[in-house]
Design a protein around this ligand. Sequence first.
Ligand code: HSE
Length: 409
Amino acid sequence: MTGIAILGMGVVGTGVYETLESNAETIARRSFGPLEVKYVLDLRDFPGASFEDRLVRDFGVVERDPEVKIVVETMGGTTYAYDYTKRALAAGKNVVTSNKELVAAHGAELIALAEEHDVNYMFEASVGGGAPVIRPLVSCMGANVIEEIYGILNGTTNFILDRMERGGAPLEEALAEAQALGYAERDPSADIEGLDPARKICILGSLACGYDIGVENVRAEGIAGLRREDVRHAAEAGYAVKLLARYIRLGERKVSAFVAPHLIPKSCILANVNGVFGGVTYIGNVVGEVDILAAGAGKLPTASAVAADIIDAARHLYKTRFRSVWSAERAEYVPPEEIGGRFYVGSSGSAQDAREVFGDVRLISEEGGAAFITPRLTPEERRVKTAEYRRRARVFSEMRVLERGVDEW
Ligand code: HSE
């Protein structure tokens, strides 16, 4: 019997508990024996819940119990969760988490601490919800240099964009729906403003390059400023608008990572990933393109990923599975302004102004001002030409068009 403690009985914690109950037999077979939830730590009362007799408020009880081999941290945040995680690892317990905020901020340190104590710090559920994205990256694609990653890493905003594209509810209404479905963060501005996917791409990017990108470096732009017209114009031109999280390898240890709304060609798989579904595309220098899609948020999809880590930890209780995958040494970070490309511009200006300033633009609409896609611009051209265009017209929105290939930048 392997003892488990679940810290935090919110949406994900509850889903993990339910999954361990409903799939107990399958999970026991794959874990080399049954698992027992010995403790549930939460400050709230749960009258009548089946785990009521196992509720504790003092983490010391979990920490001191040698039968607890796996601690499931589904509390979120970086205060108590950070303290309890360090204490659990130092006590020789494996820790499994869905807490992307903590992993993004302290992943390298916590992995090192786990290694020091020959246990595991596992965080498959921290990125991609139900989509398995961490193991494919560090294990299945382990022989590749990862050149690029781009993904829809926030279920809430993809759900909202879907509603916008179908001409339905305004942002606030779609967000309320996403909150009711348990997709959104406690503070949903982390979803809307792109901070949540920034944390996630920081995790994937750091694993891809092996160095710490530093979550504070990752530029995040969300969907708050997005206009319905932009989504419509993009569709008319054969693109979907998606909030993309991107990692680009620019050299050994030199990387960029950022989050921003993008125009994605409809022919691209991710353009057709809608609702709460999310997905990641990896470009490896040996395998080429690998695409992974699944529900990116929600109770059971996320619980599925947490439970898979619990099984893996149960099979490797005293053996660190993924050693040295993420060093605390810093990567050299290149901001997105230093990366060229093609850009969508929604403006009050004329098609003539757009052509005079940017050259051979692709005009999409002149209704209420020119909406167009620029030719490929170097970072310097972008700065100069955008400044010139802004002297002539109001720019309502500017979005990058997804293009691949470092050589082209
Ligand atoms: N708020 C997050 C999302 C939850 O919408 O993707 C899953 O990490």
